[in-house]
Design a protein around this ligand. Structure first.
Ligand SMILES: Cc1ncc(COP(=O)(O)O)c(C=O)c1O
Length: 500
């Protein structure tokens, strides 16, 4: 088995910058400052500030070493399920940095920013064409932000008809942002259980639907990495009681170019540009989560939006200037413009056939991982998966090794762990999303490591797993109490593993 030795930077202890150098050294030669005694009304520093004094190479080395402690997609396969940690083509970056694009100011007069509006408009048109939806709000700054806009539009549409509704139905397999969004929009959330096949239990859904339901929120492909095979019936059942169908489209990367959500009866769906269109994740931002809307919801799209009437592009900035009934403004300025540039560069360089191929490859890669690991780990559900392969901890039964221990041991093998304990309906879940950007060789290396780890776990090397990670500057934090938390151990009777 490969041992972790590739990245020495990860292993080395790194002193704080304050523990290095000396306060009386500096990397710059500043001129003497003339007396400034009274500039702050007599306030004078009583003691040295204590800033570290380092030379330029020392500063560069410090931050370079720190950066090397961070596992990133540029250093290796990153199997974090649900997050789609895939390569971001450098071409996107190059275009986003072009002078005239990178230097734009959001307060520039619209007449001097026609090219930027064309980019927003072109990106919007691609998204509408790929989803088969007639409208899109580009401004949301993340997937969850897009969810909020979609649900705000749904609320505005109901209220506009004097039909204020109370409940939103959310499957238990939903991403956590879905119920949070519904609550943030003022709704009561009612969970819908999953069936034994990891899909929405449509019988239970039908039973919960009533004229006070504003919407159902369904992730498709869902958080178990499975396509919701009853999706047409789900949409029809919601529409029958006058509810809207919100689809969490974060996993659109598995179906783009193959299925148009508009053809499935979806009324609103956010798209995480980073997951499907290869824009960077950022550390909590800058993200981008445009939300596509059906004709019924289009009038409630938030401002601002770009209008293209053939004789130049303009921006509708305020609700009063809109033809529709905007549900508000969700963000300052016009959304994450730099992400639109990157996403458009990706779409244009891939073409619609290339996007379809990327989705196909993502699904093939996940199924390859599933096929090569299913004899040593336990797949949570039968049959092929979409873009992510879901396993759980049954193969560890009797070993005293938990999902958490297994994930920590993977760090010592040089990989970022897979997503663990999510989705919540699968106890001890391990969700692996290899993405389309990994080669066969890269997948094989990862699979070999996983197989060897599984064999070692079953052979009873519990102590080693519990002590992992051993080669990182910081060892394990106190996460064991979290792993034993009742919520993380919780399961619904429907998915209970009778065969355990
Ligand atoms: C299924 C699903 N829904 C919603 C989100 C939320 O997106 P964001 O983190 O951009 O707010 C994610 C994030 O990856 C997701 O995987």
């Amino acid at each position: 088995m490969a041992t972790f030795s590739g990245n020495r930077g990860l292993q080395m202890e790194q002193p704080l910058i304050f523990e290095q150098g000396s306060p009386d050294r500096t990397a710059v030669d500043l001129p003497d400052v003339p007396a400034v005694g009274d500039r702050l009304g007599g306030l004078k520093r009583q003691q040295p500030v204590g800033l570290p004094g380092l030379s330029e190479p020392e500063v560069v080395r410090h931050y370079t070493r720190l950066s090397q402690k961070n596992y990133c997609i540029d250093s290796g396969l990153y199997p974090l399920g649900s997050c789609t940690m895939k390569h971001n083509p450098r071409l996107n970056e190059k275009l986003a940095r072009l002078p005239g694009i990178g230097d734009l100011h959001p307060l520039q007069p619209v007449s001097t920013a026609q090219g930027a509006l064309m980019i927003i408009d072109a990106c919007a048109r691609w998204l509408m064409a790929l989803t088969g939806m007639p409208a899109v709000a580009m401004s949301p700054g993340a997937g969850a932000h897009g969810e909020f806009v979609g649900m705000a539009a749904i609320r505005a549409a109901h209220e506009d008809r004097g039909d204020a509704r109370r409940r939103v139905l959310v499957p238990e397999s939903a991403h956590g942002t879905n119920p949070a969004t519904a609550v943030a929009c003022g709704y009561a959330v009612e969970p819908i259980p999953a069936n034994r096949r990891g899909r929405v239990d449509i019988g239970r859904l039908r039973a919960a639907l009533a004229p006070d339901v504003a919407a159902i929120m369904v992730t498709n492909p869902n958080t178990c990495g499975l396509f919701e095979t009853d999706i047409l019936d789900i949409a029809a059942a919601a529409h029958d009681v006058g509810a809207y169908f919100y689809c969490d489209g974060a996993n659109f990367n598995a179906i783009v170019g193959r299925v148009r959500p508009g053809d499935l009866g979806v009324d609103a769906m956010h798209i995480n540009l980073h997951k499907t269109f290869s824009t960077p994740h950022g550390g909590g931002g800058p993200g981008s989560g445009p939300v596509v809307l059906s004709a019924a919801l289009a009038p409630y799209a938030p401002v601002p939006y770009v209008v293209n009437e053939g004789d130049g592009l303009s921006l509708v900035e305020y609700a009063a200037a809109s033809d529709g009934k905007p549900c508000g403004r969700i963000k300052g300025f016009h959304g994450q413009f730099g992400m639109f540039v990157r996403a458009l560069a990706y779409m244009m360089s891939m073409g619609s056939d290339g996007l379809k191929q990327a989705a196909t490859d993502a699904v093939i890669n996940a199924n390859y991982v599933m096929a090569r690991l299913k004899d040593v780990m336990t797949p949570s559900f039968d049959g092929p998966c979409m873009h992510e392969a879901l396993f759980d901890d049954r193969f560890l039964k009797g070993s005293e090794i938990t999902t958490l221990d297994f994930a920590k041991a993977l760090i010592d093998e040089g990989y970022h762990p897979m997503t663990v304990y999510f989705p919540l309906i699968v106890p001890g879940a391990m969700l692996i999303e290899p993405t389309e950007t990994e080669s066969r060789q890269s997948l094989d290396r990862f699979i070999d490591v996983m197989r060897a780890l599984a064999a070692r776990a079953v052979a009873g090397d519990a102590e080693r797993f519990r002590n992992a990670p051993r080669f990182t500057p910081r060892r394990r934090l106190d996460e064991t109490s979290a792993a034993r938390h009742p919520v993380l151990r919780w399961r619904t009777p429907a998915v209970d593993r009778a065969a355990e």
